[in-house]
Ligand binder design. Structure first.
Ligand SMILES: Cc1ncc(COP(=O)(O)O)c(C=O)c1O
Length: 353
């Protein structure tokens, strides 16, 4: 029935998320979810929502949540935007700031949703090269007035660039909006949120999905100068007035009130990440120096594609892309210690066969 599809819909190549396979014994290391639950306060906050709040529309501006996020990050409420996952925040930012007709620059290996939004919104991408160590260089971005977006740490490479390098870039490209996607910044990259008041060309994206264990809740945020946030609000209010339901707003607020719990989960993940990186290196994998809650690893005694398929048969899901630059590599999310021990045991079994 695609006769009703517009040429745009026919042309799209939608984003393909990692497989959400169900089952009790599945070890799911393919979508960078947090292996630990959110703070118990989140569940309590959800349980305490009264029926009247469900009957009514939620606060369209999510004021309480934005105020709490502003306090948490030491900025003002007018500098905070929230959305239905950072994917939505990205989409609205692309609409608001990257559809002006000039090319949008991003690394040739990066979050694969960026080219999908470009396709949807008719934005021309300019790909910045990645070297053989999977690094991109900030000085390759130009002040083209079109826009710049990159994830820091980058996905799927797990590598981070420094806040000092980003600041140098912001100074050099004053006519170009720079979206720094900090989805994984909780796990070791230097955040640049503190720079938003100095650089009106900076927009920083954040998510609750990774560090705060709330991927199912769909909560994302952005931080920027008030004028940039106002532009996002104009687009949001021309698209969906209520992107965050009452449950997400309350849950997001509760998560921010238990810093100790959140820190302890992040620390556990970082320790497990460093342990699994060392284990795989001992098995002669190449493993990049991750600042994220996943590692990017390349096996040497078996092809990445074969290892991916063999792991999947044993219900251990990791991420694999059969594309020229990526086909020797696997992206492996950090699970619990137990998950990662099972992964190592499975790798040993598979390689031995
Ligand atoms: C780099 C990057 N940015 C943004 C997102 C979107 O996260 P969410 O929509 O769950 O907030 C992801 C998800 O995997 C990601 O990898």
């Amino acid at each position: 029935m695609d006769k009703y599809w517009t040429p745009l819909v026919k042309r799209l190549t939608p984003y393909v998320p990692g497989e959400q396979r169900n089952g009790k014994n599945i070890i799911k290391l393919n979508t960078n979810e947090n292996p630990y639950p959110p703070t118990p306060q989140v569940k309590q906050a959800i349980a305490s929502i009264d029926e009247d709040a469900i009957r009514r529309y939620p606060d369209p501006e999510s004021d309480e949540l934005r105020r709490a996020l502003a306090n948490y990050h030491h900025v003002q409420q007018r500098n905070v935007f929230v959305g239905n996952g950072s994917d939505e925040v990205l989409a609205l930012a692309f609409m608001a700031y990257f559809t002006g007709g000039k090319p949008l620059q991003f690394p040739e290996i990066g979050y694969s949703f960026y080219p999908v939004y470009c396709d949807l919104l008719n934005i021309t991408p300019t790909l910045v090269p990645i070297d053989s160590d999977f690094k991109f260089y900030i000085d390759q971005f130009e002040n083209n007035g079109g826009g710049i977006v990159f994830a820091n740490p980058n996905a799927p490479t797990s590598l981070a660039v420094s806040a000092a390098d980003i600041e140098t870039l912001l100074k050099r490209v004053p006519d170009t909006l720079v979206f720094v996607d900090e989805a994984y910044a909780d796990f070791g990259a230097e955040s640049v949120i503190h720079l938003i008041n100095q650089y009106p060309n900076l927009l920083v994206g954040r998510t609750y999905s990774k560090g705060r264990s709330m991927a199912g809740m769909r909560l994302g945020a952005a931080f920027a100068d008030q004028h940039i946030i106002d532009g996002l609000l104009r687009v949001k209010n021309s698209f969906n007035s209520y992107p965050l339901d009452v449950i997400a707003q309350k849950a997001g607020l509760a998560s921010l009130s238990d810093e100790a719990y959140y820190r302890s989960c992040v620390e556990k993940i970082v320790a497990t990440r460093d342990w699994i990186s060392a284990e795989l290196r001992q098995r002669s994998f190449k493993v990049l120096d991750s600042k994220s809650n996943f590692i990017f690893a390349s096996p040497t005694s078996i092809s990445a594609g074969k290892l991916f398929a063999a792991l999947s048969e044993q219900d251990i899901l990791v991420r694999y892309w059969d594309k020229p630059a990526l086909r020797d590599w696997l992206r492996i999310s950090i699970g619990t210690n137990d998950d990662m021990q099972k992964l190592v045991a499975a790798v040993d079994r598979i390689v031995r066969q």
